[in-house]
Design a protein around this ligand. Structure first.
Ligand SMILES: NC(=O)c1ccc[n+]([C@@H]2O[C@H](COP(=O)([O-])OP(=O)(O)OC[C@H]3O[C@@H](n4cnc5c(N)ncnc54)[C@H](OP(=O)(O)O)[C@@H]3O)[C@@H](O)[C@H]2O)c1
Length: 238
């Protein structure tokens, strides 16, 4: 079993790479920071490899799609993601467009490279977010990009199931990582990257989908927020 994990140098992606390796997958770890990837490979031991690539660029995407074409991968994890924090009009357009390149364009490009070759039994796991269900003011482009990832994954789930290829969107809530210090969030709501990775592997094994919210509390909160009037939900998150 071969898995390619994007954004494997830190956070949820690193935990996913570690969890998958422990479960017997041979992991290809993709990210920009070479030293971090080498540290991961040292920790994983032999049988894994890495690709240094910036997935917000055409070159990085070409290299990663090329890697997917070189060998039959059984699992693609589109995990790499980024956000711009702050009001949309007050932040740089260039930064927002780079978020779209990574969170949406890269996901679509790599999904296509994977699914055109996927064999029955293969899985595509796209890491989305609970913010894909309810957008958070101050994270507008990010929330919208995750709504895209969830919606896209759901249609792929339907399209691919007849050929035995499993697609799911994993939707974590707040998870303590480098980019998410979760200081203003109650600790009972914060998951660790390892908890998210464990839930992801469980969902892959059980072929759950099309969307899986990580953590019971996040699932309840998402369900409740979905029942609220849109204005109320926006005010609460804002
Ligand atoms: N943390 C949360 O609360 C939370 C909640 C819901 C969903 N998520 C989603 O979970 C995923 C992982 O989040 P995280 O919190 O674990 O993030 P993180 O700790 O900030 O790590 C992000 C990973 O993506 C890689 N990355 C960033 N930009 C990249 C680029 N241009 N090309 C290639 N790799 C790139 C980073 O590696 P390099 O810097 O080495 O490239 C790193 O490995 C994201 O899709 C995020 O939206 C996170």
């Amino acid at each position: 079993m071969k898995a390619l994990v994007t954004g494997a140098s830190a956070g949820i992606g690193r935990a996913l790479a570690t969890t998958l390796a422990a479960a017997g997958y041979s992991v290809t770890a993709v990210a920009r920071r070479e030293d971090r990837l080498d540290g991961l490979l040292d920790a994983l031991g032999p049988g894994h490899d890495r690709l240094v690539a910036d997935l917000a660029t055409p070159e990085g995407l070409r290299a990663t799609a090329g890697r997917l074409a070189e060998a039959p991968y059984t699992l693609l994890v589109n995990n790499a993601g980024a956000a711009v924090h702050g009001g949309f009009a007050a932040t740089s357009l260039e930064d927002s467009l780079a978020v779209l390149d990574l969170n949406c364009r890269a996901v679509v490009t790599l999904a296509h490279a994977f699914l055109t070759r996927a064999r029955p039994g293969a899985t595509l796991l796209n890491v989305s977010s609970t913010l894909g269900f309810t957008p958070k003011p101050g994270l507008g482009v990010y929330s919208a990009s995750k709504a895209f990832v969830t919606s896209f994954s759901e249609t792929l789930w339907h399209e691919q199931k007849t050929r035995g290829v499993h697609v799911l969107a994993l939707c974590p809530g707040v998870t303590a990582t480098e980019s998410q210090h979760a200081e203003d969030v109650p600790s009972w709501l914060v998951q660790t990257p390892e908890e998210v990775a464990t839930r992801a592997l469980q969902a892959v094994r059980r072929r759950e989908g099309p969307t899986v919210v990580s953590g019971r509390r996040n699932a309840v909160l998402t369900a409740v927020t979905g029942l609220l009037p849109r204005k109320t939900a926006l005010s609460l998150l804002g």
